[in-house]
Structures are given as structure tokens and as C-alpha cells.
Design a protein around this ligand. Structure first.
Ligand code: UDP
Length: 479
């Protein structure tokens, strides 16, 4: 069985952005792509990560690759594979770079041996595909260890780190020390925030690119109310009569028609919410740093402290058996489930734990889209966050967002203007109070939502992201 797989991204046209950003911005991106194409002289730009589905990196790659290919560049995407032990170690590294202990396991020579040998098997396959002069964008700690081999093979290697911590601690030190053996040779690195650049790479090699979303993907495209309602009834998140079939259809990125066929696996005590019931929603992977548990407890505090309003909580994430590089998913889901069982029945009847089907990426995306659009409030109560694409997605849908003031979320939301920031994500009383405040004040919710959408339009759409990548790769190729 090969470890390396190529992911096909659908070609997309930048032209679609003209109504949102204006012709000059789109022309600038196209001209840069043309210039880069000539510079590359037949070379390929490869992206390498560890999963084609689940999480923000995969999400962005699908979209950016599509637009880059649409602009004429030969950009491709490969995923690597590894043993369960490899992914346990890379998850440990992921936590460490966030400044967290994770499972607290060591990152010593034995772990280097597992990490390096898994990547060595992948490198054998990659070297069959990548030619000298090609550009390789390695994403995140899972792929960092490929850098020395690929550089030695004559590729131009960049490393893109999508995670980080604003402050250093023993865990960040441990993580960066582990990776230094592989990364010190890389001359071009990209981080999501200035504060994420570790001291050892503050020597001119680091650039900053903030992530972005695709306004036209199944995840973010406009959906009318009938479609939203039909999708959410069909998957079992809302109750209601069976939807007329055309209304849980959607348009795929290759313009073929898609239909939401699968249902969500939902744990709940009572009935599904009705269309009219306001929903508090958090969508994320079942990862301890996303703090689904804290959202549940904060919601429970709101129900108990502020005369129980008619509002439901939906905690939604991927089906825990499906995300290959996230071994913690089942355990985290289980801990949320156990906490749910401990809540008093008066709270439990308002809570829905939804595992969304992931077999079809675009089906999953349109369900997330419908859920975010239907939310009265979108929450992202992460304890740490690289950037927080779910925040951008909800802001683009003009939702009021209540999110932790951690990582890149702080670059997105201006507190009180385009959303609400929680200074201390562990302060559940304040969280409960903010939920209540925004739920009770419709005008505030609308104001926050409108400002949020405008902020995303100006700063967080993919064209800006592509231009920044293009400039950095251009400099590397010209060097
Ligand atoms: N996501 C999804 N289905 C799910 C859970 C999450 O499509 O069941 C998406 C979510 O919409 C977002 C991405 O996964 O696009 C998560 O990115 P984010 O930056 O919020 O967090 P990460 O998972 O990268 O830490």
C-alpha cells in the first residue's frame, strides 16, 4: 500500500471574486500567477500534508489549490501516511507547539526514531514524484522531517506552520527542540502570526501569512433558508417534516449537482430542535484544545443562572472514526458524552452532540455551512488556536461569534465590534453571561454579524492569501 496519495483539487476561477473584491485585485493575482509560471519554467509547486479531509489546513488547501490551478499554475497536493505511533507523536508535537502537554509522553530519541523512519518511507515515494527545482510546501510538524531529504534531492523547500503559541513555555521549547533537527536547514518558513515564530527562526527566514476562507466553496456559499432548513432536517439536527428533495441539494466545486445523502450521528436526550429554536453552535474537531467540554459547561451555567431560555446547544464535529491523523477524537468525544450524561435533565434536553458524516467532503461542508448559517450564536471557545477558520466562516455568514481571545482569533474579531472575545476562555460564568447577553439582544447580534462579514471581505478571503504565497515563492524561485 502506498503511503503517499495525490489529492485532486477542482480547478476554480478567480473571476468569481470580482463582485466581492473588484477587478484590480483579481487582475493583480492573475498577473502574479503568470509571472510565477514563467519563473517556474515547468516546475511544479507541491503541497505536502497528512490529511485530505478534516481540519483547517485541508480545508484551505482544497480551495487555494483550485484557484492557483485555475490561474494556470501547476500546483499539486500530496498526503503522507504513517503508523498510529507516528500520528501519536505528531499530535504530541502539535500540542507542544501550542504550549500544551498533550498526553505528556516524551519526545526523545525513541520518538525521533519512529518519526524519522515513518518519514523516510514517505520520502522514498515522494522522490519518485518531486524533481529538482520543484517547489515543495511542507505543512505542519507531520511533514517537517521531510525537509532535509527533499532539499538534498534539489527541491526548493518551504515549511508552513499553521499552529503556534503566543508565549513560550517548556512545552513549546520541547516541540521546537525536537523539530530543529529537521527544520534548521529550511531557509523559508511561513507562520500565521508574528508571535508564533520561535526565537531560533527570527533571523529573517520567517514570513507571516494569515489564513483565509473560500467564499464560494460548499462550506461558505450562500444558502437560502429553505435549503438550510432542508439540510438540517435531513441530517437529523432539526425536526420537521421531510424536506422536498431538491432542497437538500447543492452545487459542487466542479459545478455538478450534489445532494446531502447521509445523516449525522446525534446523541440527545429529548427532541431535535425546531426551526424556530435559537441554536448556540460550536463546530470543531473533537480535540481537547477546542474545549467542547467547556462549551457544554458554560451553556449549562447559562441555562441554570439566567432563567432557562428556549435555546439549544449543538456541538458538532466530524465522525470520530473518520479523521485519520486525529487519534484523540474518540476519547474527546467520549469525555464530552460522559459530561453530557452528568448534566441535569433540564440542561440535557437542550444539548445535541452531532457527529457529522465525513465520507463526502463537500456533503460534510454544506452541512457545516447550513449549521453555521442557522446558528443564533457561533461559539469557538478554544483554549489555544492557530487561527480558527471556524470563526472566519461564521463571521462571513454574518453570525455573532463569541470566541476565546487566543491565537489568530484575536486578529479576526475586534471585541464588541465584529464579535465578542472571551479574555479568559476558562471563565465559564463570563462565557455564560455573554451567551445570554447576545441571545437577548437581537440588534446587538445583527450589528456584530454585519461587521463580521465586512471584516472577512476585507481581510480573510483567499485572493489575498494566494498573492502572499505567490510573492514568497516568487522570491524563492528568483533567488
Ligand atoms: N470542520 C468541518 N467539519 C467538522 C468539523 C470541522 O468541515 O465536522 C472544518 C471547519 O469548518 C473548519 C476546519 O474544519 O473549516 C477547522 O479549522 P480550524 O482552523 O477552526 O481548526 P483546526 O481543526 O485546523 O484546528
Amino acid at each position: 500500500m502506498p503511503l503517499v496519495h495525490e489529492v485532486q483539487a477542482q480547478i476554480r476561477s478567480l473571476e468569481r471574486f470580482v463582485p466581492l473584491l473588484g477587478q484590480p485585485a483579481v487582475d493583480e493575482a492573475r498577473n502574479l500567477a503568470r509571472w510565477l509560471f514563467e519563473r517556474l519554467a515547468g516546475g511544479v509547486i507541491w503541497n505536502v500534508n497528512s490529511t485530505a479531509v478534516g481540519g483547517g489546513v485541508a480545508e484551505m488547501l482544497h480551495s487555494l489549490l483550485g484557484y492557483a490551478r485555475g490561474a494556470g499554475l501547476d500546483v499539486r497536493w500530496l498526503t503522507i501516511g504513517g503508523s498510529p505511533d507516528f500520528f501519536r507523536i505528531t499530535k504530541r508535537l502539535h500540542h507542544a507547539l501550542h504550549g500544551e502537554r498533550g498526553d505528556g509522553s516524551p519526545l526523545d530519541e525513541a520518538e525521533h526514531a519512529v518519526y524519522a523512519s515513518n518519514l523516510c518511507h514517505n520520502a522514498v515515494e515522494l522522490r519518485e514524484l518531486i524533481r529538482p527545482g520543484d517547489v515543495v510546501l511542507l505543512h505542519d510538524p507531520q511533514t517537517a522531517g521531510l525537509a532535509p531529504t527533499l532539499l538534498a534531492a534539489g527541491a526548493r523547500v518551504l515549511w508552513r506552520c499553521h499552529i503556534g503559541a503566543d508565549e513560550t513555555n517548556d512545552d513549546t521549547e520541547l516541540g521546537w527542540r525536537f523539530l530543529a533537527r529537521y527544520l534548521d536547514v529550511v531557509r523559508v518558513m511561513i507562520f500565521s502570526r508574528e508571535t508564533y515564530v520561535p526565537a531560533r527562526y527570527r533571523d529573517g527566514r520567517a514570513s507571516i501569512i494569515q489564513p483565509s476562507i473560500d467564499a464560494f466553496s460548499a462550506k461558505n456559499i450562500d444558502l437560502d433558508d429553505l435549503t438550510v432548513r432542508s439540510i438540517l432536517v435531513h441530517v437529523g439536527i432539526l425536526e420537521g417534516p421531510p424536506p422536498p428533495s431538491p432542497h437538500y441539494g447543492f452545487s459542487r466545486s466542479d459545478d455538478t449537482p450534489g445532494r446531502v445523502e447521509r445523516s449525522a450521528d446525534i446523541v440527545r436526550l429529548g427532541r431535535a430542535p425546531a426551526w424556530e429554536t435559537p441554536l448556540v453552535v460550536q463546530v470543531s474537531r473533537w480535540d481537547p484544545l477546542k474545549d467542547m467540554l467547556g462549551v457544554l459547561r458554560g451553556f449549562s451555567a447559562m441555562v441554570e443562572n439566567h432563567a432557562a431560555p428556549d435555546v439549544d446547544l449543538v456541538l458538532a464535529g466530524p465522525n470520530v472514526r473518520a479523521v485519520a491523523d486525529d487519534p484523540e477524537g474518540p476519547a474527546v468525544f467520549d469525555s464530552v458524552y460522559r459530561a453530557f450524561l452528568e448534566e441535569p435533565p433540564a440542561v440535557r434536553v437542550h444539548v445535541h452532540l452531532a457527529m457529522l458524516p465525513t465520507a463526502d467532503v463537500e456533503e460534510n461542508a454544506v452541512i457545516v455551512n447550513a449549521l453555521q448559517r442557522h446558528a443564533a450564536i457561533v461559539v469557538q471557545k478554544s483554549l489555544h488556536e492557530g487561527f480558527g477558520l471556524t470563526v472566519t466562516e461564521a463571521m462571513w455568514k454574518a453570525r455573532p461569534v463569541i470566541a476565546s481571545a487566543v491565537g489568530g482569533i484575536q486578529d479576526q474579531i475586534e471585541d464588541g465590534v465584529s464579535g465578542v472575545l472571551l479574555r479568559d476562555p476558562n471563565d465559564l460564568d463570563t462565557f455564560a453571561g455573554e451567551l445570554h447577553r447576545v441571545l437577548a439582544d437581537r440588534a446587538l447580534a445583527e450589528r456584530l454579524g454585519a461587521a463580521a462579514r465586512e471584516r472577512v471581505r476585507q481581510r480573510f478571503l483567499g485572493v489575498r492569501h494566494l498573492v502572499q504565497y505567490g510573492e514568497i515563492i516568487g522570491r524563492l524561485v528568483a533567488a
